[in-house]
Design a protein around this ligand. Structure first.
Ligand code: P6P
Length: 337
């Protein structure tokens, strides 16, 4: 279908708002501000090589990771858009040490990973933006850390942008998952993936298998079972892992798969962040018919304790995550294998 016959993201947002009697229009405007920042990030990301914005800034973020120039640019675009919107009260970003109060009168909390998988930038592999929106706990009270540390179940919206062979925005507000593809010539996102549902059966397995010996027993037992399946059918669960959570997640969302970033002996909490990586993707996968767990409970039920809290993350096709949980439950209850 030619793009000019498709529904635009703006038309989709307007229609969604018309269907919500309590809508004030503020939330839709907040989404539009994020989309504006995303378009700027798309522009720079697609020209990173030519514009020499590749490479490292020489500084490190609160995670101790080298900060890439595009990370900084992406963070600054999101902060600027959300600050100017006047609607976001407080922001939490992977690139900032602490949360930032930007509009005390604002009603929303916005958490984001401005550019996930940034190590892929220099090798022209996919990168992504992940965002999560909450309402403030009480707009008549001063903003506190409690406004930022809300469980994932309380999200108003969750989404990601994949800057790959095309730029896609996928998000949910609790009424299913919809995907939009950017048509750069007109600068609009068009509805290309309506009401996404992830296949119940997984086709792909995404994990850093090199760390296998460091994983908890339940993960190793699950991987042993996967090996047994591979022995019978090499195509049972094809390994696919590109080192960018958003890219691995998106492929598995569309084709069916399971993504695991477990804790290890050295880092029991794993590497990925609960608030602005695991929670938004967990809500999206649940809305698309899949599951998301930390191995002991649904990700969305976790009560966050700090902004940059890490969590083990296993999410994807329902049947496959349930197979993983079988081994996880055995370990929890110390049942014999
Ligand atoms: P590893 C990128 O740095 C990231 O945060 C995710 O996008 C990705 O899934 C993960 O780390 C890859 O981590 O340890 O396999 O390099």
């Amino acid at each position: 279908m030619p793009f000019h016959k498709r529904v635009t993201l703006q038309q989709f947002i307007a229609e969604t708002e018309r269907q919500a009697p309590e809508a004030t229009g503020e939330f839709s405007q907040l989404l539009r501000e994020i989309i504006l920042a995303v378009k700027y990030i798309h522009y720079e990301t697609s020209r990173a090589g030519i514009n020499q914005i590749l490479g490292r800034t020489g500084s490190r973020n609160v995670q101790g990771e080298e900060v890439q120039k595009l990370d900084v640019f992406a963070h600054e675009q999101l902060v600027r858009s959300l600050q100017l919107s006047g609607l976001a009260a407080v922001l939490g970003s992977e690139e900032a040490d602490d949360y930032e109060v930007v509009n005390p009168a604002g009603r929303y909390v916005v958490l984001f990973d401005p550019l996930d998988g940034s190590s892929n930038i220099d090798v022209s592999m996919p990168v992504g933006t992940i965002f999560s929106i909450y309402r403030r706990l009480d707009p008549d009270r001063p903003i506190t850390e409690a406004d930022v540390l809300q469980p994932g179940r309380r999200q108003l919206a969750a989404g990601y942008v994949l800057y790959g062979t095309s730029t896609l925005l996928v998000y949910t507000t609790g009424h299913g998952v919809n995907g939009f593809t950017l048509e750069p010539t007109v600068g609009e996102f068009f509805l290309t993936h309506p009401q996404l549902q992830t296949p119940e059966q997984a086709r792909y397995l995404s994990i850093n298998a090199a760390a296998r010996s460091q994983f908890p027993e339940a993960v190793r037992a699950y991987l042993d079972e996967v090996d047994a399946r591979h022995a019978e059918n090499p195509d049972a669960l094809k390994p696919r892992y590109v080192g960018a959570l958003v890219a691995d997640f998106h492929r598995n969302l569309l084709e069916g798969g399971i993504f695991l970033y477990p804790g290890t002996v050295a880092k029991p909490a794993g590497k990925l962040r609960l608030l602005y990586e695991a929670n938004p993707l967990a809500w999206i996968i649940e809305q698309a018919g899949g599951l998301a767990t930390d191995g002991q409970q649904p990700i969305l039920d976790r009560q966050p304790q700090k902004l940059h809290e890490r969590t083990p993350l296993v999410l994807g096709s329902k049947a496959e995550v349930e197979r993983f949980l079988y081994f996880s439950a055995r370990e929890l209850h110390n049942m014999p294998y």
